[in-house]
Design a protein around this ligand. Structure first.
Ligand code: BTN
Length: 339
């Protein structure tokens, strides 16, 4: 059956970008209407109309006769022009495709590559209707206060490198997010979860397409509970999940955090796939692991293995030391803390 993709991409408006850039570049100054009009090649009344449109999206300006405009409020919602501005500031060259609603950003990345979009690129959304988690689970994705994003790469390397990649991505993203919440302790729970105070606030899902002996594409997706209120989460996850807002005590800037996370994903890709790091995975992991030294149970197929989590090996597998001293290597599955 032929299915039609009905999701709407909202592109960054060139004019909006130019106005916001002029105002954000000079936060303490007033930019005159004639300067903006000249930059855009339109009349001053037309500038007024553009500012009205931005006001409708939640931006606020102070306007002073004979001096011009100053930006006084930036709405904390995903906005493609703002995200593009912060991406340019960070030197991030990846194209960023924003969809207000999508089934799954991972699925959209796959569709975009089938339309021959040049990789790498990122898909960012405010709401997923079919967000996917690991092991066939659902990823609850209804809140526009959270982040749902995916990046697609075409690495053309042997498939073994894949496991590493998600672990490196977790390390780089955890470090990037930590800078926004200096008083909280962000940690990684093997293999793909980010935790704070024993509760999960982000999950990662890497999906790959392979040829006979090479990785054709990797889609790395992450969902981050950013500014949502954990009291409004579905009952089943309310006790297990948190958000960065909840642990920090105040809102985080959505567009800037999205760009920092995308930057971290690219750094992880360079570190892992292009070997651009001198750090060892086990050492970098040990500093951030929520499980190290803790008694845990790992599920390997039908088998439960109990032991003390003792870090990861160079391949990214979890090492579990059982009571009789045997070291078990867990390559995939779920791990829970033993109460
Ligand atoms: C997990 O913890 O089980 C992984 C969750 C991954 C969720 C993200 S949200 C963005 C991307 N698109 C998806 O459908 N899933 C990932």
């Amino acid at each position: 059956m032929h299915t039609v993709n009905t999701y709407r991409q909202v592109e960054s408006s060139e004019d909006e970008y130019i106005i916001l850039k002029a105002l954000l570049d000079a936060p303490d100054a007033f930019i005159s209407g004639s300067v903006l009009a000249e930059q855009l090649g339109i009349s001053r009344p037309a500038i007024w109309g553009k500012l009205e449109k931005l006001r409708e999206k939640g931006f606020e300006f102070e306007a002073i006769r004979n001096r011009g405009y100053q930006l006084t409020k930036v709405p904390n919602v995903l906005n493609p022009a703002l995200a593009q501005y912060y991406a340019a500031q960070a030197g991030l060259e990846t194209s960023l495709l924003y969809f207000p609603v999508i089934d799954s950003t991972n699925s959209e990345a796959e569709r975009q590559i089938s339309y021959a979009r040049k990789s790498p690129f990122a898909i960012v959304s405010s709401c997923q209707t079919k967000g996917r988690g690991r092991l066939g689970r659902e990823w609850h994705s209804a809140s526009a206060d959270n982040l749902y994003l995916s990046v697609l790469f075409e690495p053309n390397i042997p498939p073994q490198a894949l496991q590493h990649f998600t672990l490196w991505a977790g390390i780089y993203i955890c470090r990037a997010l930590q800078r926004y919440v200096p008083n909280a302790k962000l940690q990684i729970k093997w293999p793909n979860d980010l935790h704070c105070d024993g509760r999960k606030f982000a999950g990662m899902l890497t999906e790959a397409k392979m040829d006979a002996d090479s990785l054709r594409s990797i889609v790395f997706g992450i969902g981050i509970n950013l500014n949502s209120n954990p009291n409004q989460y579905p009952k089943a996850i309310r006790q297990l999940a948190t958000s960065l807002h909840a642990v920090h005590g105040s809102e985080l800037p959505l567009n800037q955090v999205a760009v920092s996370v995308l930057q971290a994903i690219h750094q992880a890709y360079d570190a892992c796939i292009h070997n651009q790091t001198t750090e060892s995975l086990p050492q970098a992991w040990a500093k951030l692991s929520s499980l190290c030294g803790q008694p845990v149970t790992a599920l390997r197929g039908d088998e439960s293995i109990h032991g003390i989590a003792s870090g990861v090996d160079a391949s990214g597998a979890l090492l579990l030391k059982s009571e009789d001293g045997t070291m078990h290597t867990i390559r995939a599955g779920d791990v829970t803390l033993k109460k």
